[in-house]
Design a binder for this molecule. Structure first.
Ligand code: ADP
Ligand code: TZP
Ligand code: MG
Length: 264
């Protein structure tokens, strides 16, 4: 298990190229989050080039928030490119429970074997038979309700499953950790979860051999930066600005001192 502060130093040293196929809402904030944290974002969407680009990047992230048939084809081409070149990839199944089109797309993408699955509690819970209370892209369930499903998915799919909420939960099916911190303003800024998925890509692209530690490190950086930004903010608008500044300003030493990670 590598510590978050060491992984943050490594990530900034490498400045990984992260190929993001994310939704229309998240495109700008996700690129800004990656730049602030120290990575290099690229939103490359066309099916004709997505596979080739995924092979060039250090990691790929896929997000179905504003899914279209055309975009789904790009996602499949990109995951094939990542797989063929041994690159890690992260899947964010935004509101996959809402419609038949999304449900099928999420199942198909999950079957392609992501390195990390990252969703809010309702999104992860909805991969089980248990009733989930997600309202569109927003969670209606607590993280603890999704932990058993996360453990099962991780073990069955040989991947890391990462659940966000007030206190996050990360598991690879054997190990598990909770990450506390952040701010209640975080779910009030659209697409901060989607941007976190891209940041997980940056850390996993830095340490592809240890996606569990990489995911915990990304979550810990987000939580520490969120906690730093909170007292500086007047509401969601100023929080978003303060949060980007805090992501950029957080040093490995601050992360080491401030991360609230509990290994279970
Ligand atoms: N009540 C809360 N308190 C602190 N942090 C939170 C809270 N709710 C969500 N977060 C944080 O906000 C980020 C996005 O998580 P979440 O809102 O669950 O994702 P999504 O945007 O995909 O629904 C995560 O870093 C998570 O830890
Ligand atoms: C509002 C909205 N609609 C489709 S995608 C999206 C953004 C969702 O972002 P997040 O999952 O981070 O809340
Ligand atoms: Mg989300």
């Amino acid at each position: 298990m590598a510590d978050a502060d060491i992984l943050l130093s490594e990530m900034r040293e490498k400045a990984p190229l992260v190929h993001c196929i994310t939704n229309h809402v998240a495109m700008n904030i996700a690129a800004n989050v990656l730049l602030a944290a120290g990575a290099s974002p690229a939103m490359v969407l066309a099916e004709e080039e997505a596979g080739e680009f995924a092979g060039l990047a250090d990691a790929l992230t896929i997000n179905i928030g504003t899914l279209t048939s055309e975009r789904l084809a790009s996602m499949k081409a990109a995951t094939a490119g990542a797989r063929n070149s041994g690159k890690p990839w992260v899947f964010d199944p935004v509101a996959h429970f809402a419609t038949g089109f999304r449900r099928q797309a999420a199942r198909d993408i999950l079957d392609l074997g992501p390195t990390v699955l990252r969703g809010n509690a309702s999104e992860i819970l909805a991969f089980s038979d248990a009733p989930a209370s997600g309202k569109g892209v927003d969670a209606g369930d607590g993280v603890e309700a999704a932990e058993e499903t996360a453990r099962r998915l991780a073990a069955e799919g040989n991947m890391v499953v990462a659940v966000t909420g007030e206190t996050d939960f990360v598991t690879d099916g054997r190990r598990a950790a909770r990450v506390a911190g952040g701010s209640p303003l975080m779910p009030k800024v659209t697409a901060l979860g989607c941007a976190l998925t891209c940041l997980v890509g940056a850390f996993v692209g830095t340490r592809p051999a240890d996606p569990f530690s990489a995911t915990v490190a990304a979550f810990a950086l987000y939580a520490v930066a969120g906690g730093k930004a909170h007292p500086m903010a007047q509401g969601p608008g100023s929080f978003a600005v303060q949060f980007l500044d805090a992501l950029a300003a957080t040093t490995p030493a601050e992360l080491k001192a401030g991360a609230r990670v509990t290994h279970l």
